[in-house]
Design a binder for this molecule. Sequence first.
Ligand code: GLP
Length: 246
Amino acid sequence: MEVYETSEQVGCRVADLVSEVVSEKPDSVLSLPTGSTPLPTYKELGRRVAEKELSFDRVQVFILDEYVGLTPSDPQSYRATIKREATEILGIPEDQVYGPKGESDTPELAAKQYESAIRDAGGIDFLLAGLGTNGHIAFNEPGTSFSERTHVVKLSEETRRDNGRFFIDSETPSHAITQGLETILSAQRIVLVVTGENKADALAVALGQIPSTSCPASALQYHGDVTIVADRPAARKLLLSLDAKG
Ligand code: GLP
């Protein structure tokens, strides 16, 4: 695990990791998350693109997850959010950005089609993920089997409460389509980015304890190429528990 003092430093470090991948393989298949945590990363990458240090024009992006019932034009859909906060500033053409079709009348089928689309693209080279306060990764809620592929989930009350901040005038959706843990673990390389004291418990359980479906992010312990980049408030409890174990 790499620990930095500020979320901006975390953002720069993760931007370095993304830059390395895209410089090495300009047509990389990336999986990117929404959320507040990756914003400093996207900002720094946007700066590098604006200064022509880096180009994303050949990458493909598969969003990690999407709410069921929202159309891509809904500003709270993850499709609209990732466009606004990441892919537009990175200069990634819209037809190279994919997300689960949350607006579908048959979300289970849409989930299967999304999984096939990832497979048809040759799989994910590099996956960036954030962490939910309950240990979720993408929208894989506690209790999800580690062997699930892209599927429909019922969101937990804690997740709906956390994400309710974005739904001022409407109900927070109750379901989502998410890449499954098996889909995520199939990525060649994973970076988990975690900032803020409110993630300290989840991170300590995810990496400091034996993997368990009660903490979906603990599945990452089974992947051979994961980098955790955290700020000190998020890492504090995990560092304490590792110290205590000697
Ligand atoms: C959401 C998303 C996750 C994200 C998590 C943390 O529930 N489905 O992909 O990692 O929230 O969000 P934040 O970074 O805003 O704390």
